[in-house]
Write a protein of this length. Structure first.
Length: 478
């Protein structure tokens, strides 16, 4: 006998909509009287094939997310081989899940607006061949994000991301590289990268995933997984502090506040939950307008209070130059990926100003300014629209059903929102944060499936009717 816990959402017209192991399904015929939470037992042989979620299926979904996401974390070490692995894995996954991908594109069409505009910018780009190359790579990155946005098992997706971050953190700590900071001889942890901010960014995102996996494992009494998640989270937090990245720590502070709100909202009704999320969205919009109109004022104040450089390590000059560069054509920009090219005198000057001898791999350290230079004001508007539509859809879904994985994405949205004024987020191809951002914006709940018992239609309904209510059973719709 196999024991399964499910949460009954509604019973209408002879059908019961239930949540079984995180997937929403329709059960037909519906039991006559069903309390909200049941522990139901029946023999696996007679359970419908669609109802069974064996460990193998969960492992496949987790492995899929791990294989698709892990190369983006190790791209700097794997080089062109890592990029090739990422491209092959993305296209193979798109071929296997082409139907789900088509359905998702119809519902989340706004996600492809930015990559489509990036490809279109080839027509007016100052470096057309480079724009074609970078925009195609960007489109592949967004495609990978879309494949992660509609998993068959949301919890398996979260676990796959978690293990990718755990692997990276372990390898990064083992390597243990550091970089000098300032002129007083201080050293900041950079791990596998040459940038302390990038290392802290990866560790912070991994920490958010570790917190939610630990929460899930504790509720399911999986002691070993909970211990691993807690240990990984502590290590990732130490990496954030050792990297001396104020931006990552500020983002984590806001993400932790969002986590407390998300957990608290699980215990209230749909209307107050939606009202609180709407209020948070209004506050975020007001802060975004403030950051756009006078970003340097609060940021410079915060830098002084934290004992940092008031110019934010030269970022204010980069923003000034970005405004100058887009003055001739503010609507269309210079073309996606066309500015940071060797031989471009403006780019060469900024590389020299920042002390980048490799003359590659730089940005304006502000998402909107980077989008403005590459894609113009129209591209900025499309990016803002996609971010607003995606987060609104995510918040609305959580208001309807406070599940675990949407809560994780809401905390990632809060972290990303804080990082945008001082870092370029969502415009770098083959990069982990780009994948996370567009997966968050395109997130979609698993579709409702209608179940009919394969061999004995009355058996499952009978099991529902005779099931005993278990007060301590957790709601499975998480």
């Amino acid at each position: 006998m196999a024991v399964h816990a499910f949460h009954v959402q509604s019973i209408t017209w002879g059908r019961a909509r239930i949540t079984l192991y995180g997937e929403t399904r329709e059960l037909e015929p519906a039991p006559e009287t069903v309390p909200p939470t049941y522990m139901v037992a029946w023999h696996e042989t007679f359970a419908p094939a669609e109802a069974r979620l064996p460990a193998r299926s969960v492992r496949e979904d987790a492995n899929f997310a791990f294989v698709l996401f892990a190369p983006t974390l190790f791209l700097g070490e794997l080089g062109s081989g890592g990029a090739l692995l990422f491209v092959v894995a993305t296209f193979a996954a798109a071929l296997v899940r082409r139907r789900q991908l088509g359905e998702l594109l119809r519902r989340r069409w706004y996600v492809v607006l930015v990559p489509a505009w990036a490809l279109l910018s080839t027509l007016w780009s100052t470096a057309p061949l480079e724009t074609v190359k970078h925009s195609c790579e960007f489109a592949i990155t967004v495609l990978a994000a879309l494949l992660l946005a509609a998993p068959r098992n949301p919890r398996a997706l979260l676990h796959g991301l978690f293990w990718a971050f755990v692997l990276y953190t372990a390898v990064s700590v083992a390597v243990g590289n550091t970089v000098p900071v300032g002129e007083n001889g201080a050293q900041a942890f950079s791990g596998l990268t040459e940038s302390k901010n990038e290392e802290a960014n990866i560790a912070a995102c991994g920490l958010i995933a570790s917190v939610f996996v630990a929460l899930d494992a504790s509720r399911r009494r999986r002691v070993l997984l909970c211990a691993i998640a807690i240990a990984a989270g502590v290590l990732q937090l130490l990496v954030c502090f050792a990297a001396l990245s104020a931006g990552a720590l500020a983002g984590l502070t806001v993400a932790f506040g969002a986590f407390l709100v998300v957990v608290a909202l699980r215990r209230v009704g749909r209307f107050p939950r939606g009202a609180v999320l709407a209020l948070c969205g209004a506050v975020a919009l007001a802060l975004a307008v403030l950051a756009e109109t006078s970003a340097h004022v609060p940021l410079e104040w915060a830098a002084r209070e934290l004992g940092k450089d008031p110019t934010l390590t030269g970022r204010t000059y980069l923003w000034y130059r970005a405004s100058e560069l887009t003055a001739p054509d503010p609507l269309l920009g210079l073309g996606f990926g066309a500015f940071w090219q060797q031989g471009n005198l403006d780019a060469e000057g900024l590389w020299r100003y920042a002390g980048i001898t490799g003359r590659a791999g730089f940005n304006f350290h502000n998402t909107l300014y980077d989008a403005l230079v590459s894609l113009g004001a129209i591209g900025v508007a499309l990016l803002c629209f996609a971010f607003a539509a995606g987060t609104a859809n995510l918040a609305a879904g959580y208001a309807r059903r406070p599940a675990l994985v949407p809560g994780f994405w809401l905390c990632m949205a809060a972290y990303t929102f804080v990082r945008m004024p001082t870092e370029c987020v969502g415009l770098t191809e083959f990069y982990f944060s780009t994948v996370l951002l567009y997966a968050m914006l395109a997130w979609s709940r698993p579709p409702v499936r209608r179940l009919t018992p394969a061999r004995r239609p009355a058996l499952l309904a009978y099991a529902c009717r005779i099931g005993r209510r278990v007060q301590s059973a957790p709601a499975a719709g998480v």
